[in-house]
Design a protein around this ligand. Structure first.
Ligand SMILES: Nc1nc2c(ncn2[C@@H]2O[C@H](COP(=O)(O)OP(=O)(O)OP(=O)(O)O)[C@@H](O)[C@H]2O)c(=O)[nH]1
Ligand SMILES: [Ca+2]
Length: 504
């Protein structure tokens, strides 16, 4: 009779069932945790060679295979600077162009795990130096390209071409790089991606950063303006991560800092009858014997002079220097609502800008990266007025080839930004002079690779509603809740104290 009165839940069957359910729940949680544990990361790699006018650099990028559509996951793993000049300088001996890449390509073979070699794409993009060579002598530029192509194909990577990219591409990919690295594409405009937006959408798109690139032979300006880009040659449309961007870009060939200097020198020589060039853009006491061919061989220079050498002497006066630099810009005759210079359309400047390559090298050296425009002018004037002897003494470790040009380069940059692109004292501090963002260099190469390997989706990738950790936490929480409920039910079953119901 006593046995009969015992709680029926205390029977061995019920206990066994309870244990089984508990084990089942533990198994469920364990499976969820193990199944969703991230797999060991598999990395992918890509190589881009930036064949610039002054030099070539090889970049290796790395990203986790399973996250390749996220923004900001592709990182620069390594950069190798090729010894010697840019590939366009090998026009008379093209074989050497290909050979010059060997050291950096061998370095890439060591940096990238061997088992990934055959799936690693390699791209070479040549910029303004090769654009100028093609203009001057297209068969020579073809030979240089064939030479570098042959060299790249002899490596175990996946060869994806060696070509001269357009100025538009150079500007656009630089813009993609800075915005990808600073994660500007992640923001949403607050509209679902499938809602069609009005035609002028740029006020609704998430804010991006403009890109300013100053190379040796060309310079690029790229940004998203508020107004419509009325010149088709300067308009680019992108759909990235579910947002539309209407981008303005222009590349000025011959306005990179090395070619601009040649053009300025040629202009100054025109105005001098003597074979002595007195130059306010170089420090006082600076002298050099220079061959005229180093200037007149450039396709950016149209004037000629008969003698073969001239004596170059600095006077270090930034006001006069600016006057002579202004002469290479044409500020008249704009057939558009607004222009930068040389009759080139430019919409009103908008937002912040990242200024890299020589913009950074020069402004960083002169300590002008964080000043106002007025202070920049004053500090530059002070630097230009230093004697060449003092400059050499103050910077004994810097190569002459860079050191001698900083007065010219600083003045050129201020003229280009202020009078060329129309930056003012008010928006000057919207310019950020940058070399890197995170560990990756600012430049066109990353954007080029992201585009060619389809690493930037047009639409926002579908994201699971919960992150992995959240999912596991929820599973554990709900399972524990079930166990607790079961235990309470088990303990309470049949006990009137557990219920609120009163029996009368
Ligand atoms: N002061 C200084 N100048 C540099 C340095 N590295 C490169 N430059 C110079 O800065 C200018 C621009 O360099 P890059 O951006 O590499 O130019 P590039 O890619 O060869 O030329 P483009 O084909 O026109 O893009 C050139 O005149 C270089 O000689 C540096 O470390 N310091
Ligand atoms: Ca460049």
């Amino acid at each position: 009779l006593l046995e009969m009165k015992k709680n029926p839940w205390h029977s061995p069957w019920v206990i066994a069932l309870a244990v089984l359910i508990a084990l089942g729940i533990i198994a469920l949680v364990t499976t969820a945790v193990v199944q969703n544990k991230p797999l060991p990361k598999k990395f992918k790699y890509g190589i881009v060679l930036d064949a610039g006018s002054s030099h070539t650099s090889l970049y290796i990028y790395e990203w986790p295979a399973e996250k390749q559509n996220d923004t900001g996951v592709v990182k620069q793993l390594h950069v190798c600077h090729v010894k010697g000049p840019g590939i366009s300088s090998y026009s008379t001996d093209p074989k050497r162009a290909g050979a010059s890449l060997q050291e950096c390509m061998n370095e890439a073979k060591v940096k990238i795990p061997e088992r990934r070699h055959n799936e690693t794409p390699v791209y070479l993009g040549a910029t303004a130096g090769m654009r100028l060579l093609r203009k001057e002598n297209s068969s020579a530029s073809d030979k240089v390209l064939s030479s570098v192509a042959k060299s790249l194909q002899s490596y175990p990577f996946q060869y994806h071409g060696a070509r001269i990219i357009t100025g538009q591409e150079e500007g656009a990919y630089g813009w993609i790089t800075v915005n990808y690295l600073s994660e500007k594409f992640k923001q949403s405009n607050g509209f679902p991606s499938d809602v069609p937006l009005p035609l002028s959408i740029n006020t609704l798109t998430p804010s991006t950063m403009g890109a300013l690139d100053l190379g040796g032979a060309s310079t690029q300006i790229t940004f998203v303006p508020h107004e419509e880009v009325v010149s088709k040659d300067n308009a680019l449309d992108f759909r990235l991560y579910g947002n539309d961007y209407k981008v303005y870009t222009h590349s000025f060939l011959c306005y990179g800092k090395d070619q601009a200097l040649k053009v300025v020198l040629a202009e100054q020589l025109q105005e001098n009858d003597e074979d002595v060039l007195v130059n306010p853009c170089f420090n006082k006491g600076y002298t050099k014997n220079m061959s005229l061919s180093s200037i007149y061989s450039s396709p950016c220079v149209s004037t000629r002079r008969n003698s073969s050498y001239f004596f170059h002497r600095g006077t270090g006066n930034t006001t006069q220097c600016r006057e002579s630099i202004r002469k290479i810009f044409n500020f008249t005759g704009c057939p558009w609502p607004r222009c930068s210079f040389n009759g080139i359309y430019q919409p009103q400047l908008q937002g912040s800008f990242g200024a890299f390559s020589a913009f950074y090298f020069v402004m960083n050296f002169l300590n002008l990266t964080t000043t106002t425009l007025e202070v920049a002018k004053e500090k530059l004037a002070a630097y230009c007025s230093l004697s060449w002897k003092d400059v050499k003494q103050n910077y004994p470790k810097i190569k002459d080839k860079y050191l001698e040009e900083y007065c010219f380069s600083g003045t050129y940059i201020l003229t280009l930004l202020e009078e060329g692109y129309n930056f003012t004292s008010e928006n000057w501090n919207n310019i950020e002079f940058i070399k890197k963002i995170g560990d990756s260099d600012a430049g066109w190469t990353l954007g080029y690779m992201l585009n060619l390997t389809n690493l930037i989706p047009a639409e926002s990738p579908a994201v699971p509603p919960l992150p992995h950790a959240g999912y596991v936490a929820m599973m554990v929480l709900f399972s524990l809740l079930l166990v607790v409920l079961f235990v309470i039910g088990y303990k309470c079953f049949g006990r009137p104290s557990c219920t609120s119901q009163k029996y009368t």
